[in-house]
Ligand binder design. Structure first.
Ligand code: ADP
Ligand code: MG
Length: 260
């Protein structure tokens, strides 16, 4: 067992990812395909990527490094982690990814509200460019039955609160997490404040034990061979550092002083 107190934050290295410093850079310059660019620019009305998006998106599209993403609230972190995941799933496509292909990404959120917001953003906005990629939501409550049904039908990106996901791992057959290639810990600072350390620790152990290295050929070419962990936080101070030590390996640190 690792002793997290013995480890130093020297594990975090400054990013040497292709940082796009050009403030006039558009989404296409970050390596995003035309269909998704059109969705971002025309459907969502985003003229240009924010600073954190210029840093994170190309790094996650071209590399498979774990990442600590620190930027203030409102800087556009949701898009920064979602777009590369969708981009790489779209590259695998040619009609070969559908809801039955497996769960490739998990996004953990500290609250039901935030999870719902992220899920709706993925479903209604980003995935309108790629309707064959299907997000799912796991927040429990009265919705537990329909959540199970949807998982059984198949989802590709699972947005969840940590406690509820732990519940589904124990109680839902067919929750196959062996193909998960992205784990996003969104608002990591708040997840620690809310006491989710243990639930996240259990999830990490579970993901490790069920990991299936072989993916179908078309997916192998587009998705990371290992699981990429992405920790998002408004701060780098306090208990979120411990969450980083638990969840990240050889992580790149991407931080911006002022987000937009
Ligand atoms: P964070 O997670 O960093 O707090 P969000 O991802 O919630 O920030 O984004 C904050 C707001 O900025 C959202 O309303 C989102 O729609 C908007 N936004 C994100 N990216 C862009 C962009 N490139 N251009 C304009 N607005 C954006
Ligand atoms: Mg956020």
């Amino acid at each position: 067992k690792r002793d997290y107190n013995q480890e130093t934050k020297a594990e975090l290295k400054p990013s040497n990812a292709p940082l796009i410093n050009d403030e006039s850079a558009d989404f296409a310059k970050l390596g995003i395909n035309k269909t998704l660019c059109r969705c971002l620019e025309q459907k969502l009305g985003y003229a240009k990527p924010t600073k954190i998006q210029r840093a994170v998106i190309p790094a996650l599209i071209t590399g498979d490094d774990d990442m600590f993403v620190q930027a203030q609230t409102g800087s556009g972190k949701t898009l920064a982690f979602s777009v590369p995941i969708i981009e790489r799933l779209m590259r695998a496509s040619d009609g070969s990814v559908n809801r039955k292909s497996g769960i490739f990404a998990i996004v953990l959120s500290p609250t039901r509200e935030l999870a719902t917001q992220t899920y709706e953003f993925l479903t209604n906005k980003l995935c309108s460019a790629c309707h064959w990629i299907v997000p799912g939501l796991v927040i429990g409550g009265e919705k537990k039955k329909s959540e199970k049904a949807r998982i059984r039908k198949g989802v590709n990106i699972l947005v969840a609160t940590p406690g509820r996901l732990a519940d589904h791992i124990e109680n839902t057959n067919k929750l196959d997490l062996s193909k998960v290639r992205y784990l996003v810990l969104d608002e990591g600072d708040r997840m620690m404040d809310l006491g989710f350390e243990e639930a996240i620790g259990k999830l990490l152990t579970c993901l490790e034990s069920v990991f299936e290295p072989r993916l179908p050929q078309n997916l192998q070419n587009c998705l990371p061979a290992k699981r990429v962990n992405i920790l998002c936080s408004a701060t780098m101070e306090g208990t979120v550092k411990k969450l980083g030590q638990m969840s990240l390996k050889d992580a790149k640190l991407i931080t911006t002083d002022n987000g937009k």
